[in-house]
Design a protein around this ligand. Structure first.
Ligand code: LLP
Length: 423
């Protein structure tokens, strides 16, 4: 987390103390580092070193307009999963020729919308979807560029809710029948079969599942070519994991219990590992990273409202809730939590919980963190991906504000909702 760092025991984002930002804009608050975003994008995109490629940022990870504008200006493409995301991508300045459209359940109106805007490719997930896109394109007098999403039956060793490349998952077309489905797609008059798509899951920390997938994809491409179906691009999906534990190290912060398996390879290493394999197919390459571009770009800043000790457990109750960041509740995901100001003293083992009326509303359980009191500020780290984009109004809690730091400049990139805005 190079752009979030402690200086004289104060947490900074780039050159700005986070406590000052929290005092000015209130909490809970999502705060992003512009430099981190740009560095992340460039380190991933730059790993392709001369190979014809497009890095399509997966909007689902975070679709804030200002963040999207930065990525579009960097030359990123966009991976969308709904007409809404295509709309946001276009509004932020992404070229339609760099937009992919994924998802197992595309509605007819969404297919029409994507065709009308002439996006780069539909990533198609079933035989039935092929027929529907063909019919809609025919009706509109268009040809739809498509890639078939192939399910390679590879275990990505990640949380079962975000594993997508196994036969038991709803995603893609079983690789063992893929050649037949490609032939069928090729026979449809209003489709251009252009590519192969895979995405085997998210928060994957090992290189091996990606390498295995790359080999299977390359084999399939040569089999298809032998059968007279030319494949022009390989869309290798996203899923490149990030490090959540010990994201910031400091002598006044307890070391978090982590093994080598919690450590993600550096940005770009995933690409470097698969590139030699993928290159052999002679296709252009698309990737769809979300988390690895945006996760460590953002933090969730929250204030301690109360402490409570019931004799069995100590609770630190904060003003952010599961509706603001659902990952710990939904996946038991780990996010490091640090005070904005570090003080000498022993850490305490506490549950950090939110105000929402659910026992599942927690950010950490039985976690050693520096001792904090009412009014202290905390940062929940590595919260830029699947943070704001996964918020809800549960318990009629207004959406929180988002701010962007650029050096010593700070600006609001989403206004905090007021209770009067609630419907
Ligand atoms: N492409 C496709 C087709 C996807 O389904 C996804 C994520 C991505 C790309 C981007 O994956 P990434 O690079 O961000 O791992 N809410 C969960 C993650 C769900 C991922 C869904 N698909 C979480 O908070 O961990």
């Amino acid at each position: 987390m190079t752009h979030f760092h402690f200086h004289e025991n104060e947490l900074y984002c780039e050159e700005t103390p986070v406590a000052e930002i929290a005092a000015e804009f209130g909490t809970p608050l999502y705060l992003y580092s512009r430099r981190q975003l740009v560095d992340n994008f460039r380190s991933i995109d730059g790993a392709f070193a001369g190979v014809d490629h497009t890095t399509c940022y997966a909007l689902k990870a975070n679709s804030n307009h200002e963040l999207l504008r930065i990525l579009a200006a960097e030359g990123a493409g966009a991976d969308a999963v709904s007409a809404g995301e295509i709309h946001l991508a276009l509004k932020a300045g992404f070229s339609p020729s760099k937009i992919t459209f994924a998802g197992v359940g595309k509605q007819d109106a969404e297919i029409e919308y994507a065709l009308r805007h002439d996006i780069f490719a539909f990533n198609v997930e079933s035989t039935e979807e092929l027929a529907v896109i063909d019919a809609i394109a025919g009706r509109m007098g268009k040809k739809a560029r498509i890639a078939l999403r192939v399910n390679p039956d590879i275990d990505a060793s990640t949380h079962p809710y975000i594993s997508t490349g196994l036969k038991t998952n709803k995603f893609g077309i079983d690789i063992s029948v893929a050649a037949d489905v490609f032939r069928y797609a090729h026979s449809l008059p209003h489709l251009h079969v252009e590519g192969i798509h895979t995405h085997i899951g998210s928060q994957i920390l090992k290189l091996d599942p990606f390498e295995q997938t790359a080999r299977k994809v390359v084999d399939l491409v040569s089999g298809l070519r032998a059968a007279g179906i030319d494949i022009r691009h390989i869309d290798f999906g996203g899923g490149y994991g990030v490090t959540y534990k010990n994201a910031i190290r400091h002598p006044l912060l307890p070391m978090e219990d982590a093994t080598a398996a919690d450590e993600a390879p550096m940005n770009g290493e995933f690409i470097a590992a698969v590139l030699p394999i993928l290159k052999t197919a002679g296709c252009s390459i698309v990737i769809e990273p979300g988390r690895s571009i945006i996760a460590n770009t953002g933090i969730l800043v929250t204030k301690v409202l109360f402490r409570k000790d019931n004799g069995v457990k100590k609770f630190v109750i904060v003003d952010a809730g599961m509706n603001d960041l659902i990952r710990p509740s939904l996946y038991q995901a780990y996010h490091q939590i640090v005070p904005l100001t570090l003080k000498q003293g022993d850490p305490e083992r506490v549950d950090v919980v939110g105000p929402v009326c659910e026992t599942g509303d927690f950010f950490a359980r039985e976690r050693a963190i520096p001792s904090v009191q009412r009014g202290d500020m905390l940062a929940i780290l590595t919260a830029g991906a699947y943070g704001f984009s996964f918020t809800s109004h549960y318990n009629a809690r207004p959406a929180l504000a988002e701010v962007l730091v650029n050096g010593d400049k700070v600006r609001v990139i989403r206004e905090r909702e007021r209770i009067e805005d609630l419907m």
